[in-house]
Design a protein around this ligand. Sequence first.
Ligand code: ZN
Length: 672
Amino acid sequence: MCLENDQIKMCVSDTRGLLVYLENKRKSEQIRVREEDFGIEGVDRALNSQSAKLKSIKKLSPEVIEVAYGDATGQVALAAIYSLGRNDSFLQKKLRIQTNCSFGWKRVTVGIFDFAPSNLTLIKYPHQKTVTYFGRSNQGGVFLGLEKPFDSSSLESKRVTLGYAPSLKVKAYDSIDSEPLYLGVYSRSSGEREEPGLPLRSESEAMVEMTSRLLGPPRHGFAPIACGWWCEMEHFSYKDTASLQADLRSIDFVRDLGIDRISDNHPWGGETDRMNALRETEGYVPGPLVSKKYQYEKQQNVKVTFWPTMNNTHPWWPERGKPFASNKREWLMFPEKRTLEGEMLSGKKFKETVQGNCVANRPFLDWVNRLSLDGMKTGFFRSWGMDGDFFGGGGIVTPVNCPRGDHDHLPGDSTYASERALAELIKNVREHYPDVYVNVARPPEDLGVFSQRNVDAVFTIDEFAEPTPLPGIKEQPVNMMLGDKVRKWSRVRVHHHFFPHYLDQPQVFVGPKGMAELGRDWPSGSIDYLLLSAFSSSPNQIYYLPTKSGMPDKDKAEIRAWMEWGRKNERYLLVRKDLPDWPAAGKVDGNAHVIDDSGLVFLFNPNPEKLTGHFRLDKESIGLTKGDGFQISQSYPVSDTKREFSFGQEVSWDVPSSAAVVLKITPLNKQK
Ligand SMILES: [Zn+2]
């Protein structure tokens, strides 16, 4: 039985229900692959394609095949579900399990694929906590992996095994799905270079096309947000009306810049003692002082992000933050504080001594879910955020090991159960408040692209705003160094981590003076370069602002004007195609934002001498799909230069030293 669309065809065998045929229809190329096995393993039972009895193969719809299996005793029902969307170049497969008595689910193998008969070269590519396998030929190839972090997949010669350890308790008669695997096909584009340890450009593009479909299109347009924590606002509890009043002036400052979103400056409004004292039977209501702040923000039409936490009342205030309802010992992960060490993707190492609740524990998860919705019910918040780690601390994202036997996981490995709990927490908000802007940091930030379901924006990787120059370039203004970093990290997010660009949330400006050792004096100059770097990277940006130490009025006016520019050009910022060169000494880098036959091209020159940027007026170079003749004009800095080109022609454009240029592409018959 087969599934097929314009791009891909797949068939499963009628006798075993395993994949036996795969075709890349864009290249009319059959990919020689054989699915060998799948299976589940419990504490006291196991079932795989050898021991399972095939019961039926059905086409549930033109896009879905279900293969049903059972075991000899009739205790286990297992289904393999293959799906292929009408316009997708990838298929998905998951397993569905139901048993007539409860069981401890230790392992699952969603599929084993042997590419030995093919001419493909197989490559294992880890990204963040996830892994993708690429099978390359000269013309194209395949990509496959599991849609989850911390899997236990492997590659041996040309055989890819896709599985993981659920380590979950499953109740009798509960129907439970595995996480899906993906298997897609792609075509290689011309002129792409192989780089050791990295995906090809065409592989990245195919992956991002897939993740864009899986995660959905952008929902909120241009969304600049001030990070309350990094804007010199209160990190802990408001002591009095004066400390609150000072933060209201910070909100005025943000509003004055034309930024209409702000994330709360402290978790649970900073009411850490109140949160510590909350009992299991109680709900969350913000206290009177912090409610005044939320009311003020609402009056000023500033959209505030509610900042609840998962497992500790204030993970960044170790002296005061505690696990929730700490008298309930059965909700804790460890009976006492532990010291953990970790490393961020940006290379920064850190250590934390923490204690938290185990979120993979149904009564606690239901409670913390309710607290999160209690906050949203107040009507103060148009956005919701999450940060922290699974241990009750600020940011160690590693496998989780909760020793308790009375939680939802088997004693020991609680990683997958924790991932599920977090995904539920996020999904719950989206389901109850579909219009809310979901803005996350850790753990999803470090887990990878498949942990961004129901998310609108995810924090960048390099969050500390340290101005470090590109190798080989000296004496740049601070805001230029930050702009180069923004573009570099956003390219990492898209090309190496496969995030749709519109989920990325680049961080803008240095940490302000009020952040003590992490802060700096406000740098004037090159604001245009930094803001254009951020806008060209993503419609979402997160701002660190000196709301108390201040900035010159002319800088404020400049930022305000750029916010208007961003709103006006919103539709173009929702699409992006990067030119091949990355930000580097001796190069002009840039990206295109084209819809059909018109759009913008941003060019950046971080170098101290004038250089020329190049692109071609076609689909492969800039995403141009229509039109014959075009006018190209320089819309920033405004210039009278206008030139005409036809489809497919190469454009060369001079970019002054240390500058950003925005070009406008207009079809000749429409230009005014
Ligand atoms: Zn636990």
